[in-house]
Design a protein around this ligand. Structure first.
Ligand SMILES: Nc1ncnc2c1ncn2[C@@H]1O[C@H](COP(=O)(O)OP(=O)(O)OP(=O)(O)O)[C@@H](O)[C@H]1O
Ligand SMILES: [Mg+2]
Length: 240
């Protein structure tokens, strides 16, 4: 097997005296979908933010395509193909849909206009409303915009933090369909979800985080088949 496109070793993240991530290791094979799951406060966003260069880790080592990126800032990583869709979408509500998408092309060096047009083909609702403020979109449409904004950067690895949060079940289905398409196109996906079952169903490999540590990991199907893991960490979920 080839080397993983992304490797995280013994990652530590602290906020003052709070140790949010305490020695997390995981890797993602090229073209795979890896799920990081766990309860509120488990450290999922902290891991993702450290990997994407938004947070500076207190310790550990992150490699992307064989190169150390532990201290590389986010804007440089975007240009190299490591792109995050942040928790809570963080679209710019007063800018138009088109302007939001153009922002996604800033650091990428990609052909901006062409990749923005490609997103209008893929997400027609964004094309129809390109001149409207992004704040006029529904929650599900805003999530699609956030995903599209990451895609225009031409990611090799896409990090997604809770893309299904706060969305109606039908829209959650749509978001997961898009995630699976992204993965099918060859992009590696690291998916953080509280909707653990759903994320593991879509994933090749899973990691269960608790209190800043990986407490279980393995092929996603094996985690889902392990009754003790399901009971202890995956909890009761509605309808999925
Ligand atoms: N900016 C911050 N300052 C201080 N503590 C923080 C900060 N951000 C996160 N924490 C703490 O770090 C721990 C991990 O938080 P993190 O946001 O990474 O968890 P999470 O798994 O993403 O949770 P959620 O599912 O609620 O998004 C929590 O105890 C949280 O309170
Ligand atoms: Mg989070």
């Amino acid at each position: 097997m080839s080397d993983p496109i992304l490797t995280v070793e013994d990652l530590r993240v602290t906020y003052g005296r709070v140790e949010a991530v305490r020695g997390v290791s995981f890797s993602a094979a090229e073209g795979s979908l890896v799920a990081l799951v766990g309860a509120n406060g488990a450290g999922k966003s902290s891991v993702i933010n450290a990997v994407s260069g938004i947070l500076r880790p207190a310790g550990g080592r992150i490699t992307f395509e064989g190169q150390d990126i532990t201290r590389t800032p986010a804007h440089k990583l975007v240009g190299r193909g490591l792109v995050q869709v942040p928790e809570g979408r963080q679209i710019l509500a007063t800018l138009t849909i088109e302007e939001n998408l153009q922002l996604g092309t800033w650091h990428s060096g990609a052909d901006g206009a062409r990749s923005v047009d490609a997103m209008y083909d893929r997400f027609p609702v964004l094309g129809e409303r390109r001149a409207l403020p992004a704040g006029a979109l529904s929650g599900g449409e805003q999530q699609m915009l956030a995903i599209a904004r990451a895609l225009v950067a031409g990611p090799k690895v896409m990090l997604m933090d809770e893309p299904s949060m706060g969305l109606a079940p039908k829209i959650v289905d749509e978001v997961f369909r898009v995630i699976e398409e992204i993965r099918a196109s060859g992009t590696t996906v690291v998916l953080v979800e509280q909707n653990a079952r759903r994320a593991l169903r879509a994933a090749d490999h899973g990691y269960v985080l608790q209190s800043g540590e990986v407490v279980h990991s393995g092929p996603a199907a094996e985690l889902l088949a392990d009754e003790r893991i399901v009971q202890a960490y995956l909890g009761v979920e509605s309808g999925t």
